[in-house]
Design a binder for this molecule. Structure first.
Ligand code: SAH
Ligand code: SF4
Ligand code: F3S
Length: 492
């Protein structure tokens, strides 16, 4: 069974990531395990964030159990599923263009079933069937267990829709089929949904209420991955700092056996996963500036295998704009959190951000506040976007999208330029240092070189000698670009 997954890892053409080799939006092909040659074939393409990508692994698992084969060739597919993103208008436009292309394929193969999954499915619901005639099936992020049923419905000649949002679903018991796996690094979803209601953001509407997954199922998944040879897990959630699992509500028996404290917060969970094995690196994303605790920072400091890297999106450097964005913190609060990170984890800890330019009513001075904040924090890299109004959000209801596109774009260019300077500056600080690197594979640019990441999540390239992926090595950093560190293996 071969599965192709096209991943646009949080990057569409509006957003710009400066930084590392190895991130990107190219298609990824993966060899998986089963092709009976008899069953119908599924093809899945994923857009948007890493959580969507992880969900595609759940979908593949559910349908594999139902006996479907999978294919990397869209032309061969009997079912074509697009797992979609709504975060910016451009993300939705990309999917609509793709549906247009698939329309051409369907003309040649009318029995081909076309499904839209994920956030766009959830946002548009049955409207999607009216707007995109080619679509047969619409399934929101909490409806994937129902897919076999929905497929049956389409087989019987109907259109099928399930966009029910759950307060409980975490797919905790479903073991994901690892789709784009390098066999070394994997993502583990620890929670779903978001309760934050940032005024620009569509996610609370497309993903529903926040809920945390049973910590024991998370630890079991991490153990299983380690036994299979994986050496790094990334714990995923829209706001990992609000992870909360109450044993009282969920598993009285285990509590009575005294196997666990009453409430598991994110710091506890991080510790539980770090204890799986000292050779299993632990990362996490996304941290929220209003919720990240000193307890989390101290837990990071206590464990060598918890990577010293925090994705801490600021969105804007101006307190008035942050208030309009309903982010729950001010510029001062954010800078104080960064100071705490530096105090507890030192200057080497990587910090990255997301930023939006041209939010409603943003003045030139307020935009400059973002640039000065960037200077103060010295981000290692950032994902940068200009504001895209999303229907139904608080901002869309309350304020006009009043910053002209050319101004939004010019401001975006300015923060990108600033970030490029800072990335280079931060990378230069690593030159001359010896860093531990987990090897992820051969460098994309040269078969004679390997590539991996240091603790701070930066890509490091070095001559391969006799080393292999999955191994830890010490690398002396000799030079750098804005996106990559270059060095050689040294014995320690
Ligand atoms: N939960 C994460 C963000 C998830 S969405 C957090 O709170 O940080 C990823 C990023 O997309 C956001 O951080 C934001 O920078 C950007 N984004 C979200 N909505 C957007 C919009 N309407 N226009 C432009 N960028 C947006
Ligand atoms: Fe969106 Fe805010 Fe939730 Fe992040 S925290 S997903 S930006 S509402
Ligand atoms: Fe996009 Fe949904 Fe993720 S809107 S960014 S795929 S949560």
């Amino acid at each position: 069974m071969r599965i192709q997954l096209n991943m646009n890892n949080l990057i569409d053409d509006i957003g710009v990531l400066t930084g590392t080799e190895g991130e990107g939006n190219e298609a990824m092909k993966v060899t998986a395990t089963q092709n009976t040659g008899k069953a119908r074939k599924l093809y899945i393409e994923s857009y948007g964030c890493q959580m969507n990508f992880s969900d595609s692994e759940i979908v593949a698992s559910i349908l594999q159990k139902e006996g479907f084969d999978t294919t990397s060739e869209i032309e061969e597919a009997d079912l074509v599923f697009l797992n979609t993103c709504s975060i910016r208008e451009k993300a939705e436009q990309t999917v609509r263009n793709r549906l247009n292309h698939i329309n051409g394929l369907k003309k040649k193969k009318p029995e081909m079933m076309v499904g839209v999954l994920g956030c766009m499915a959830e946002r548009l619901k049955t409207k999607l069937l009216e707007e995109e005639k080619i679509v047969d099936l619409v399934a929101g992020p909490d409806a994937y267990r129902d897919l076999p049923q929905l497929i049956l419905q389409v087989d019987e000649g109907d259109k099928a829709v399930n966009t029910f949002l759950s307060r409980e679903e975490t797919y905790a018991d479903i073991s994901p089929v690892r789709l784009n796996s390098n066999g070394i690094t994997a993502f583990i979803s620890i929670m779903r949904g978001c309760d934050n209601m940032c005024s620009f953001c569509v996610v609370p509407f497309t993903r529903g209420r926040e809920r945390s997954r049973d910590p024991h199922s998370i630890v079991a998944e991490a153990k299983d991955l380690f036994e299979k040879g994986y050496r790094e897990v990334t714990l995923l959630g829209q706001n990992v700092d609000s992870y909360k699992w109450s044993e009282v509500e969920n598993n009285k028996a285990r509590l009575e056996k005294n196997q666990i404290s009453e409430v598991v917060n994110f710091a506890h969970l991080l510790e539980m996963v770090a204890q799986v094995h000292p050779d299993l690196r632990v990362r996490f994303s996304t941290s929220h500036p209003k919720d990240i605790t000193d307890e989390v920072l101290h837990t990071m400091a206590r464990y060598d295998n918890i990577c010293k890297y925090i994705h801490l999106p600021v969105q804007s450097g101006n307190s008035r704009i942050l208030e309009l964005m309903n982010r729950g913190y001010s510029r001062e609060w954010y800078l104080d959190r960064v100071a705490k990170i530096r105090e507890i984890l030192g200057t080497e800890c990587g910090i990255s951000s997301d930023m939006i330019t041209g939010f409603c009513t943003e003045t030139e001075e307020e935009h400059l506040d973002t640039l000065t904040l960037m200077n103060l924090v010295e981000y290692d890299y950032s994902y940068m976007f200009f504001y895209s109004e999303r229907p139904g959000t608080l901002a869309a209801k309350k304020w006009a999208d009043d910053i002209p596109l050319d101004v939004k774009k010019r401001r975006l260019d300015e923060i990108i330029k600033k970030q490029n300077e800072l990335s280079l500056k931060r990378n230069r600080m690593d030159v001359g240092k010896v860093q531990q690197v987990l090897i992820e594979g051969t460098s994309k640019r040269s078969t004679e070189h390997l590539q991996g990441r240091n603790s701070a999540n930066k890509v490091v390239i070095f001559p391969k000698e006799n080393k292999m992926k999955g191994q830890y090595v010490h690398v002396l950093i000799e030079s750098c670009t804005g996106g990559t560190l270059i060095g050689k293996i040294v014995n320690q």
